[in-house]
Design a protein around this ligand. Structure first.
Ligand code: EPU
Length: 334
């Protein structure tokens, strides 16, 4: 356990927002966590800081969950169950899986953040969501200070959503996640246009999970800013889902509108809407909209959370005016 007082949180959030905290406690084990929770204070829980926008100084004591460890807990011919502690970096875990030739998380390569926060927003990319590999989420219940767990089916996973963003919000602290990964007959998922093109460019016909991961890393590096260089939180908004009537109304005006059909509804890339609204690549002081992916808001250096939030609200209002769509923020605002 490490305690720091009066510290800047800039390096603890991928947006690189410089807010102050009175006290930050780095928690390195479940037993330390239980001891601290016994104090019955109100805490601010911080994982990898990759899906948050901080708009003010933090008054509560921050608990920085930094519990480490990766362990195979069960194994059979076809699959392996791996328990990964909450403080492990997500991409490091993906690389560990690839090294052991365990399949299931390769499409989620290079997503920023920690393992403990991946179930909360059900991280997803290139046709795969983390819910597809999660077996169980281990947590501490804050009120009782007891260890409990959520089976996959208890997590109420949805598109960038889970019970931890809703009913279970602020009630539990995730301490580890158990993944079920494949050992043989990996289910490869490379139908996504950009991956197919990347594999073709590399002349790979029968890709392995390692090839798919490499292709995705290459695509992400081209399109998405590296938070270590330009502060960001990945997609700032969710892709909206609209009904047929609204979709056709927009399509009548914009014949080129990209979409994915979800049952009888239409999912539209928010990046396209934001680009059409004229924001792509625009900079306002130290905040802006990324030049290669309009879904990503950035902090060039010294932007405040309030400035980024104001830009997000401006985007929402212009998109609403043009397309009658309410863009929902994916990032948690504090
Ligand atoms: N597009 C534009 N302009 C842009 C960006 C996108 O027109 O500036 C259009 C293009 O037509 C493009 C389509 O949107 O073909 C889809 O774009 P992309 O493949 O980049 O995916 P996305 O829908 O914008 C989602 C996830 C990403 C994930 C990618 C790849 C959400 C909110 N975002 O983005 O997730 O990496 O798919 O699977 O669902 C994240 O959540 O932080 C994230 C980066």
């Amino acid at each position: 356990m490490k305690v720091q007082t009066n510290i800047s949180i800039k390096k603890y959030n991928t947006f690189g927002i410089d807010v102050q905290a009175d006290k930050l406690i780095e928690v390195n084990s479940v037993s330390e966590l239980i001891t601290i929770l016994n104090k019955k204070e109100r805490f601010f829980i911080l994982g990898g800081g990759s899906n948050m926008l901080l708009t003010k100084n933090i008054k509560e004591t921050i608990l920085h969950i930094n519990i480490k460890g990766i362990e195979i807990v069960k194994d059979n011919k076809k699959s392996v169950y791996v328990e990964v502690k909450a403080g492990e970096n997500w991409h490091e875990f993906v690389l560990w899986s690839l090294k052991h030739d365990f399949g299931g998380v390769e499409n989620l390569s290079l997503i920023p953040g920690n393992v403990g926060t991946c179930p909360i927003q059900n991280i997803g990319a290139y046709g795969v969501e983390v819910k597809d590999t999660i077996h169980q989420v281990n947590v501490i219940e804050i009120v009782t200070n007891k260890k409990v767990f959520f089976k996959n089916s208890d997590c109420e996973f949805g598109y960038r959503n889970s019970i931890f963003k809703n009913k279970a919000k602020n009630k539990y602290i995730i301490t580890s996640v158990v993944f079920k990964l494949t050992k043989v007959k990996h289910k490869l998922n490379y139908n996504y246009g950009a991956i197919k093109n990347e594999l073709k460019a590399q002349k790979i016909v029968n890709p392995t999970i390692q090839d798919v991961s490499k292709a995705i890393i290459a695509i992400r590096k081209l399109k998405l800013p590296d938070p270590k260089k330009i502060g960001n939180s990945g997609s700032f908004f969710k892709n909206p889902i609209v009904d047929k009537t609204l979709f056709e109304k927009i399509q009548n005006k914009h014949i080129d509108i990209p979409f994915y059909q979800v049952a009888d509804l239409y999912k539209i890339p928010a990046g396209w809407l934001i680009e059409k609204a004229g924001f792509k690549g625009k900079r306002f002081g130290d905040t802006g909209v990324h030049e290669k992916q309009a879904l990503v808001l950035v902090n060039y250096n010294a932007a405040t959370g309030k400035e980024i939030l104001a830009l997000a609200k401006k985007i929402q209002s212009v998109v609403k005016k043009l397309f009658y769509i309410d863009l929902e923020m994916e990032v948690n605002i504090f």
